[in-house]
Design a protein around this ligand. Sequence first.
Ligand code: HEM
Length: 505
Amino acid sequence: MALVGLLFTIAAAVYYIPWIVKLISNWIYQYPYIMKLPGPKGLPLVGNVLELAGDGKTTNSSTAPLLFWLECAEKARAEGHSIFTMTALGRTMTFPLNGEMMKAICESPEQLMKGKDYDYLKAWVGEGILISVGDKWKERRKFFSPMFHFSMLEGYLDTFNKHARIFQQQLLKTEGNEIDMFMYVKRCSLDIIVETAMGCDFGIQTNPDHPYPHAIEVYTNFSQRYNTEPQMWVTAIWYLLYHREYKTALNQLHGLTNDIMNERMKRVQTGEVDLNAKKRPLIDHFFGLHEQGKMTLEEVHLEINATIFGGHDTTAATMSWVYWALATQPHFQQQCYEEAYAIFGDSDRDCTHDDLKALEFTERFIRETMRIFAPVPLIERELVSDFKMGEYVIPKGTEIFLNAFLLHHNPEAFPDPWKFDPDRFLIENVSKRHPYDYVPFCAGHRSCLGQKFAMQEMKILTSWVLRKMSLHSDRNLLDNGYATDVVLKPTLGSLMTVKRRVHPE
Ligand code: HEM
């Protein structure tokens, strides 16, 4: 037994040696810079790991980093700084704290490389639009862009309405019972993205046992744990304890995309599907590029997966905060409802492009929700060279954490930042701010391609719900905690009850 233990320790040490060497050499290079930068000075090499972990009592492990960063941001701002830098286990992280610093990095044509935490995604989405850099990324962005043009977005409205209608029916069935809205809206946003990306209906909302959402859950869970649980890095432990379940989920994800692609390709070959149709799913657009020799089928497959990854959890997390903000603030809910009632009355009709424009207050409500609860709280760029941000010089290898949560709680841009106020998004107020102060979809070169798509979907999902039901909670808006997953999730869940409306109210 002792021998096994010894061998195991030696194997683990050998495994970690390259990592330790890199950690030390990074430290030696970056240390002189870090000492001049504002931010908490942690212990040598381990840095601020303890603060990131929290005390384990008052905060859970996925909330603690955010609370620590908020504290650092407040301190740095009070000292007149517009960034702060911290370190953890050989990683150096710099956080921009206002729009000007955010702009510097987002508009830099050189600093486009994603951070290490994206590596976990590669097995599912490959190295395409979400992760690649340089010419490959530029080409992919060009391939995707036409599908998010205004003319194409109109074509998605039928799909949004179809699934929003089912969503509404599912919620009405729960009347009187407390539900976690996140699960319901997640299934709906998956149905929407699967149909707009692959042209097929998985019917996940009416079949919650569908293997697809389960496989996504297992895969993303494992991948995130991999970043924070070092025992998983030891090959023997990985294969013994985790690999099988992980691989099964991954195979399921790839298998389902493959099946859909094969089926659709057959329909393309028989002429049943027109690749140039005005209303077409993303997959047909990519098949067209494949026919022109610009994408392999494997690349089509991975970009479809990337779209599904980028387009469902983000929308679901945002919408669960939107419903939470409605349920806990009845006066704002009433305003959104009245706006929807003025447009749709008692009807069951679909939401049109003109209706979307008329949902003006609803849009401001959603934007304010995305300010307070930034749905993607963390985006990373790894510096490929030393980089000047305003008066600060940040060393090569530093990860710039583009943390929308910190920017959105900057009191200079958003006075009284925890106050929920949709009027912050009136045109006259928006024009007073730096354009990079508000960045739920990131900004600059790598901004979200799907932001107009998402905004349309979210306005439709909000209005379809309020047209037929009211949302109720005994809690207050800020009673919920927030956990930094890939997306920001409410730690209490998005708990509420729904009640069928009797019109007019
Ligand atoms: C509320 C919903 C959404 C939010 C908050 C959101 C947020 C973001 C953010 C912050 C990024 C930058 C990520 C990074 O640089 O690491 C991003 C990128 C991206 N998003 Fe979204 N997103 C949403 C919905 C969507 C939807 C519905 C789609 C597709 C249908 C989509 C497609 C993409 C793509 C393709 C990129 C990569 C852009 C690039 O690197 O050039 N997103 N999104």
